[in-house]
Design a binder for this molecule. Structure first.
Ligand SMILES: Nc1ncnc2c1ncn2[C@@H]1O[C@H](COP(=O)(O)OP(=O)(O)O)[C@@H](O)[C@H]1O
Ligand SMILES: [Mg+2]
Length: 384
């Protein structure tokens, strides 16, 4: 009866997607008219937990609501293969079974196995991704719609897959076909994609930098789901929960979920429930967000963060370099890498601050967490 509406986690759409309506309007325009809009090709970037994946989900929903076909993929080295073998044939069949059947007649289907294989073979000698995508666009256009290609988790390791997909999409965009593309990744990965050969097309794409939520948006993201499920939350409790989230969407859900389940039978969520929820949500941040974010960093990057953590607020870049015992120029390299990684931000010239809530506190309490994954002395004893 009191099903928890909140969705702490990654990639799971929240009960209320706060603060993204104006952005979604841009995409609604793309799908409604098929008129040219810069959002036809867009790159979404932001730190871990800010809501990139759920924004993509919402964009995909908008596309489907307008009858568009959605080709979604999470980037990995084998993505092109997966698209050619499974996703595209399945979508082609779904979109227009008749056209699909016509396409494969003339082939001895029984010899080559399943229909999927037949389609794969049919496109064997041409770049299959291009021809299948073109066909999908043709079918969508015939219905007065188009195709959205949605790519999540752009990463340095999978730029080749991204490049191959980008070529196919770019080709269709140039011909002014009804196709749109949106790709998401953390700032460092998007920066790498923008630098890579063969991906110059993305440099002209619309850049969407996702920010944390405002206080009012955080309040709405917590209050609205509570009220729509028939419970209430007092003003003081709501304020306390929203402020504690610092607008970080992951924390909004995490605090909301725990406040909801503190006394699930009570009608009202009290300040007491929120106090408890914040404590539990904060404690969980380390494992769910901070440690994973630290894991990809070098020892030097971590040193930079530990030096920053000595300050209670934004740190001066000069002071950080001094604490590290290196020149300002040397520390500048770490600073840039951390900025690109979405780990720190520069609130103003000469200052750096943590981008992810509670990272400062976490590093003070566990300065060695960034080293997880390196062999420890204890693990060494298991070697034979
Ligand atoms: N605009 C938003 N309003 C409320 N909750 C959100 C919003 N955006 C994201 N969330 C929540 O934050 C968490 C992280 O979102 P996710 O899209 O997985 O982040 P990312 O892909 O950027 O790492 C999820 O629990 C999600 O439900
Ligand atoms: Mg994500």
């Amino acid at each position: 009866m009191h099903d928890n509406p909140f969705r702490p986690g990654f990639g799971i759409s929240p009960p209320m997607l706060a603060g993204r309506d104006a952005l979604l309007d841009e995409w609604r325009e793309v799908f409604a008219l098929g008129a040219w809009s810069p959002y036809r090709a867009a790159l979404v970037t932001g730190m871990r937990g800010v809501g990139k994946t759920v924004l993509l989900n919402a964009v995909e929903d908008e596309a489907r609501a307008r009858g568009w076909t959605v080709l979604h993929g999470t980037l990995h080295a084998g993505l092109v293969d997966t698209l050619e073998r499974d996703r595209l044939p399945a979508l082609l069949q779904e979109t227009d079974p008749e056209a699909f059947t016509r396409e494969v007649t003339g082939l001895t289907v029984s010899q080559v196995g399943g229909v999927t294989t037949a389609v794969a073979q049919r496109y064997e000698r041409e770049p299959r991704l291009e021809s299948m995508l073109t066909r999908l666009v043709e079918l969508a256009e015939a219905r007065g719609a188009g195709v959205l290609v949605s790519l999540d988790e752009v990463a340095k390791e999978s730029l080749e897959a991204l490049r191959r997909i980008a070529i196919a999409v770019q080709h269709l965009l140039r011909e002014d076909r009804r196709i749109a593309v949106v790709a998401a990744g953390v700032p460092a990965s998007i920066a790498a994609a923008l630098d890579a050969d063969g991906l110059t097309f993305f440099r002209r794409a619309q850049q969407v930098r996702l920010d944390t939520l405002t206080l009012a948006e955080s309040r709405a993201a917590i209050a609205e789901p509570v009220r729509s499920r028939g419970r209430s939350i007092g003003e003081a409790a709501l304020e306390q929960a929203a402020r504690a989230s610092r607008g970080y969407p992951y924390l909004v859900q995490s605090i909301g979920a725990r406040a909801w389940e503190h006394a699930p039978e009570a009608h009202e969520i009290t300040t007491d429930a929120v106090r408890h929820a914040v404590e539990v949500a904060f404690a969980a941040m380390g494992e769910s967000v901070i440690v994973p974010a630290l894991r990809g960093l070098s020892a030097r990057d971590r040193d930079y963060l530990i030096a920053m953590a000595e300050d209670d607020g934004p740190a001066s870049t000069t002071a950080v370099a001094e604490r590290m015992g290196v020149s300002a120029g040397n520390a500048g390299k770490q600073r840039l890498r951390l900025l690109d990684g979405g780990i720190v931000l520069a609130p103003e010239r000469g200052l750096v601050d943590f981008a992810i809530p509670l990272m400062r506190e976490h590093l003070r309490a566990h300065p060695h967490d960034g080293q997880l994954g390196l062999p420890t002395a204890a693990r060494e004893t298991f070697r034979d």
